[in-house]
Design a protein around this ligand. Structure first.
Ligand code: FES
Ligand SMILES: [Fe+2]
Length: 317
């Protein structure tokens, strides 16, 4: 599967304490835990002994102990001890299936074999970072990302916040591409009643959009009248072809609004999107036709072409 050549976020760093955390990627049940050195470890959530879920177990002395017969596994996946056989040294065949894991941007990224690309790079963003989520959504990851790139819904779904009924028009914008073929809009102007948590009144706002990877994208926005610079990233984990887990990372130069105020704003915006997203049929993103496009959808069209060129077949139809 071509998607396996990428890294995918499976949890934020702060979601993972020491105890095992069950996550899912590409329909596969996985378990995250931290070994004695505090290193995050990712394994298939299945004990090699009798197939019990390792996430039901616990971390003991820096090792993951299965809840069924107490076998313990170290951070490499090797079985270190079998309580039913004291003194027995488990051979190399007694091993849980471990996967590659990396930390980037406050999230833990999994690779399920043969990584060809690094997690997306972020540069030049404001330094204050907040991560919201996880949000579990009953639609495919590419449907969620396409919605993040869509501006024509602001006047309807986010009326009074990111758009208003009197201004549904989408002004002309140009889609360009990065050297590696990711779609970008350098400048998109829109009038917003309440563009940010700290906005007291409406005004013109300039957006910049960039697709970062098949299931992630960045938008940066700033009110033309000044005020904080805000960038948002959508990180989507494809839990299955028709479901995803999302996080939104905000990078902001707003040093005065509280974490709660900023979070409440983004949570409110996404609560407006979620019912629409979960109503869309099919849940997989149709990249081969089957939905009608208009000129306001240029970025969505470019995103779909990008997925096709990248060979993405998961979560699309
Ligand atoms: S099933 Fe895990 S120890 Fe037996
Ligand atoms: Fe939206």
């Amino acid at each position: 599967m071509h998607e396996k050549t990428w890294w995918w976020p499976v949890a934020t760093e702060s979601e993972l304490a020491t105890e095992p955390l069950a996550v899912q990627l590409f329909d596969e049940s996985l378990v995250l835990w931290r070994d004695g050195a505090g290193q995050a470890v990712l394994m298939t959530d299945r004990c090699p002994h009798r197939g019990a879920k390792l996430s039901l177990g616990s971390v003991q002395g820096g090792q993951l102990q299965c809840a069924y017969h107490g076998w313990r596994f170290d951070g490499t996946g090797q079985c270190a001890s079998i309580p039913a056989l004291p003194g027995f040294v488990p051979p190399a065949t007694h091993k849980a299936c471990r996967h590659e894991l990396r930390e980037a941007h406050g999230l833990l990224w999994a690779n399920m074999g043969g990584a060809q690309f690094d997690p997306p790079a972020l540069a030049g963003l404001p330094t204050r970072r907040l991560i919201y989520g996880p949000f579990d959504v009953a639609t495919s990851a590419p449907r969620a990302v396409e919605n993040f790139l869509d501006t024509a819904h602001f006047a309807y779904v986010h009326r009074g916040w990111l758009g208003e009924a009197g201004h549904p028009e989408v002004p002309h914008y140009d889609v360009t591409h990065t050297a590696d073929g990711r779609p970008v809009i350098e400048q998109y102007k829109t009038w917003q009643p309440r563009a940010t948590a700290s906005a007291a009144e409406g005004g013109w706002v300039t957006y910049r959009y960039e697709v970062l990877s098949p299931y992630s994208a960045l938008l940066s926005k700033r009110a033309d009248a000044g005020g904080p610079e805000d960038s948002y990233v959508i990180w989507a984990c494809p839990t299955s072809e028709e479901s995803c887990r999302l996080w939104f990372a905000q990078y902001t130069s707003d040093e005065t609004s509280s974490d709660d105020t900023l979070r409440d704003f983004q949570v409110e915006i996404f609560s407006q999107d979620q019912p629409i997203l979960e109503s869309q049929q099919p849940r997989r993103l149709p990249v081969n036709g089957g939905e009608v496009m208009c000129a306001a959808d240029r970025l969505s069209a470019a995103y779909r072409r990008y997925l096709q060129k990248a060979g993405i077949a998961y979560g699309v139809c």
